[in-house]
Design a binder for this molecule. Structure first.
Ligand code: AMP
Length: 181
């Protein structure tokens, strides 16, 4: 047998994903073991995001529907190889895995995961709006976001997280603990 014939590769090219998209997420919990729920969500997010920074834990008053327990909130940032839509499917699967039931808007939940920013993407479809449409109004999002990345810019309005907080946190979004979840 001659060894001069072309070599035929029997293995596919590496499919190792390259994490190139920078994402910022906000997580909240006000049912059950709130801190444990945040930790479980972060652990599951690590399957699809290389998480680089996690904020302090903030305790915040509920908004909208007030007759419910206080929330614990964090923000995190990292890199992912998923598209924005794929990331939403992952975060929704994690919410269900941690016990989220269908509820009303601003209602109580063991975990809520919002995609705040995805690179400098600006998009809106039936399922997903990026940047998150209400991030600029919510102290429970802005305080942890400004802590981990004060200079991150909302691509829609050009404002940094630090400028949106007005330089100080509202009283309803004080750090509850300074350690990670
Ligand atoms: P919520 O009850 O606040 O968790 O809202 C969940 C709904 O918001 C889901 O139906 C999502 O499809 C939708 N949604 C739109 N934009 C986003 C976003 N940037 N991050 C997470 N959920 C989003």
């Amino acid at each position: 047998m001659s060894l001069d014939t072309p070599i035929s590769p029997l293995f596919p090219a590496s499919k190792a994903p390259t994490a190139t998209h920078i994402v910022y997420l906000a997580l909240g919990s006000n049912l059950g073991d709130r801190r444990g729920n945040l930790a479980a969500a972060l652990q599951q997010l690590r399957e699809v995001i290389t998480i680089e920074t996690v904020s302090s834990v903030y305790e915040t008053e509920p908004i909208g529907y007030l007759e419910q327990p206080r929330f614990l909130n964090i923000a995190c940032c990292g890199k992912t190889w998923l598209s924005a839509q794929e990331l939403l499917h992952s975060t929704q699967a994690i919410e269900v895995a941690i016990g989220r039931q269908p509820t009303f808007r601003n209602g109580p939940r063991p975990i809520d995961i919002d995609i705040l920013l995805y690179d400098d993407l600006h998009m809106q479809d039936n399922q997903l709006t990026i940047p998150h449409p209400r991030m600029a109004e919510r102290a429970f999002v802005l305080a942890p976001l400004a802590e981990i990345s004060p200079n991150v810019v909302n691509p829609v309005n050009g404002q940094t997280a630090a400028s949106l907080t007005g330089g100080r946190y509202p009283l309803s979004a004080q750090p509850a603990h300074h350690t990670g979840p």
